[in-house]
Design a protein around this ligand. Structure first.
Ligand code: FES
Length: 95
């Protein structure tokens, strides 16, 4: 059976468009595409990889402690444990 077509990940203000499979953490897709995105724990507990979603949706398959419900509602995302559910545009990792 063929794998589903990957979503596309973009970083706001940059021209690159990376494949972002639904079954791969967003951080892995960014790194496979050559993006030097900050990371440390890779399990959702340190916040180093935090970015913000400008467009798109993600899901989480693990418990995480560094984002509050309000953070999630405000668009903050932990790419190391976030899986895309649509095409994604990220605002970046430093604010
Ligand atoms: S690398 Fe630590 S929360 Fe993502």
């Amino acid at each position: 059976m063929d794998r589903p077509k990957p979503f596309t990940a973009r970083i706001d203000g940059e021209s690159l468009a990376l494949p972002a499979p639904a079954d791969l953490p967003l951080l892995d897709s960014l790194e496979l595409g050559g993006v030097d995105w900050p990371s440390s724990c890779r399990d959702g507990t340190c916040g180093t990889c935090m970015g913000r979603i400008k467009e798109g949706r993600v899901r989480y398959e693990t418990e995480f402690i560094v984002l509050s419900d309000q953070d999630v509602a405000d668009g903050f995302v932990l790419p190391c444990v976030a899986y895309p559910e649509s095409d994604i545009t990220l605002e970046g990792s430093s604010f």
